[in-house]
Design a protein around this ligand. Sequence first.
Ligand SMILES: [Zn+2]
Length: 1017
Amino acid sequence: METFESERAPLPRNMIENSMFEEEPDVVDLAKESPSYHIDSDDVTYEPRSSRLLVRGLGENDMDEDEEDYESSARLLGMSFMNRSSSQRSAASSYTRQQPSNSCSPLSTKTTAVGVLILVLVVSMFMVIYFVPSCTFTKKGCQKSNSSMSSIYPISTSGELFPWTDLRLPVSVHPVHYNISLHPDLNSMTFQGNVSIVVLVVHETKNIVLHSSDMNIIKVTFDDKEYRFLEYKPWQQIAIKFPEDLKKGQYVLKFSYKANLSNSYDGFYNSSYVDTAGTKRVLAATQFEPLAARKAFPCFDEPAFKSTFVVKMTREAKYISLSNMPKIKTTDLNENGLQEDEFESSVKMSTYLVAFIVAEFSSHSKNVSKTTVSVYAVPDKKDQVHYALETACKLLKFYNTFFEIEYPLSKLDLVAIPDFLAGAMENWGLITFRETTLLVGNQSSRFDKQLVTSVIAHELAHQWFGNLVTMRWWNDLWLNEGFATYMQYMSIENVFPDLDIDIEFLNVRFKALAKDALNSSHPVSTFVSTPEQVEEMFDSVSYEKGASILLMLNATLRDGEFHKGVIEYLQNYNLSNTESKDLWNSLSQVSKQSLNVSEMMNTWTVHKGFPLVTVKRNGPQVTLSQEHFLLNAENGTDDSSLWHIPLTYVNDSCSVLRSCKQVFHLKDKEATLQLPGQVKWLKFNFRSDGFYIVHYDEQGWSDLISALKVDVNVLPSEDKAALINNIFALSRLGKVSFRQVLNLMDYIRNETETAPLTEALSQLGQIYRLLDKRSDLNLASSMTTYIESHFGSLMESQSWEVETSVSKMTLRSALLETACALNRPNCTTQARRLFDQWLASNKTLQIPSDLMRTVFKVAAKTDEGWSKLLGSYKHSIYDTEKRKMLEALASTQDVRKIIWVLQKSLDGSEIQNQEFPLVIHTVCRDFAGYLYAWDFMKENWEKITQKFPIGSFAIQSIITSTTSQFSTKTHLAEVQNFFSSLGAKGSQMRIVQEAIETIKHNMRWMEKNLNTLQSWL
Ligand SMILES: [Zn+2]
């Protein structure tokens, strides 16, 4: 699966995006006349309950209890605007909103409630520990003790004891083949199903236990004899009990059932869109990974239970149906014109890869080797499929050759689903995408195509990594996702060198380092059992860190060895399941050097985090040491972690060419490297291929900085970007002073390359946003001046014409988005000019697509511009363009509009529900929005988690967006209280620990560095 986060699209790491240097927000004036866009009266009744607290957090001691008691939260928010925008002070009084009904509960009541809640939690935990057998939480489960422990069996829905006590299914019965017949009714949004499963009893047993969720099972037969079944809903399991042990052998288990087409984004779900004629169209599609196949048909829903599948789909004649395999026949059922499609029997695969769709779609096709590749979209968008078709064909050819195993199916469909939460899903033979990640209009540039190409490359890589060879259990999800992510960059570098994908991959590595520096991170391979824990595996560690450590390994092995090892692995485990060690063993076998791949790579998958390497040089003698790079050391960690680090380095005599690279394997806590002679400076982690951060002694840093100031080209751009990334990270850790950071940054005035410039803007932007959110206006304004002095001339020199180099577009969009957000007159004037021309030409005159978001954001600052954008948003059929409009709409500083955008994207009425995480992310970037977004999330938590599963990538993104810019004690308490009030499911999410840790870190950073910033900026 490809997760989809707002940073990924269209510029995957738009550090400077979202007006982080937005102009000061205007004071909200609700007394103004309604603007031309429609805001229902309901839309403005939303009352955040606790902005009061948040505003207090901005200056914790500024407000006394009395003020707090009578001021409505929103009014205080208005006041805070007033403080920020003195020129508009008088207008603040017009901002009057209803007093929230329950915002003034006395502290004592609140404290008591929290106390009672904690007590209840402690007692419940004690009861759980006491009554549930310890084996329930172990990897092996309770298989062996079933007979003697009947008292601990859970109670099934019927009141009888459920005969199984583990979240993982028993291994006594395996599925071999499924026949699935489905009849979705797109009018009533329900479906009927019949599934017959050929099962193999491998150990004698009295029970068959499998998964089923949210369905009404009408009849169960086992070898044609009807049986009762038991259901234990919390674990989504059903069981059939037999009076005698079932003998080893094959049997047929059948189910008839009914269910609703899901309203969330998983299972067999319904989706709708409005076509260009204004007619609402409906469709049904699936998203099963990780745990939702059980919502569409009863099944053994674990990746290791691979089977073959035959799917039959009944539909109305106006629809088509698609499944993993090619259709073999269509039968007229003569019942109200219904038809039944039957698909070929599949290859052996895991349940989460099964897929089917019933919709009105059009397609274009092309053949590659023995495979027909087709791209499907809604008929209005059928002209936007050509780029994806060409790209998929080129990449399929590349992978067929690279993996030395041909894609095994005779067809490969890529389908753009109008409302789809993930970025894409690799269902075997039927890959589903968001429209944004598959469709490309005529106006799209290479800049937009980079995203589409990346997602296609990722999903096609999964056809081998994930589909052909699958992780045994979700603890090793990285084998799927880390590999697909690595292959996506590797294949694009080979097939589409003009997409400059290396800059994007470097950003991905930096992002993984930032996430993995937290104590709440986890090892790449981690034990998981509950559905929430499984959902949480779809995170930066599995994807980005997974890809980063594969790059490091490839860079360490000799040429061609990695490639050979991968082929060996795919051939050895074709159609079966693996664990991390199987991959390392395959790679060890082909490694001709004495390198023990398993020994080295285990240190990267078993420990969480990554090493900080400290380099101290004394003439030709270099002392190297490693320690865990951990931002919040206070929580304590196992500091005995040692990594086997394939350290690479270059020096002043040879530093740019790949042949300059030298390697030293650091396995111990400390080691000495003897250089053959004198050098002026050393730079470790050549091209940032390794997953570690390097710190030099004072002289080491000074030597590198001086070298860069003399000649900006002395290092490759990746190395320069990494120096910037590392020194900011080290200042967060307290290892270098902020003075030293700014000393390095001085070289940037001479820099022209994209990677270091965008990294520098990103790092400065993060600090700016923290200052801005604390309303530290003097410092924020000093930071603005600092940025202008370092990047101003480069901003001015950017062209506004069509550009073809992706690297130049990446740099230009970052610089100009910053410039316009800083209100640099040249930038805003040009942006307005382009917007006006675009409107005047009835949108036929194109805005260069990399500048579109900058232009739209400038336009969205006025009521008129915002309304016009909203109109265009509603009518555009180009999804890439639409998302840029949506980001501009959500970047508004008008609180009424912010609330409107949040509500509409959550209820899915005028903005697709899939965009909610993007909307909340964008809203949070700016001052007005970030206060509202947190309140909005809290008050709509139930509704949000009905749409997006707890632990899912969407929920992770929503929580990070709403909390990561808090840096005060009040905010910390607010966040802690809210999540602990949710009980086990909410508070135990890893992302909540991450959020709390991030706020604490922000607080500490502010405490430490505010003074330095004041004196140095
Ligand atoms: Zn994936």
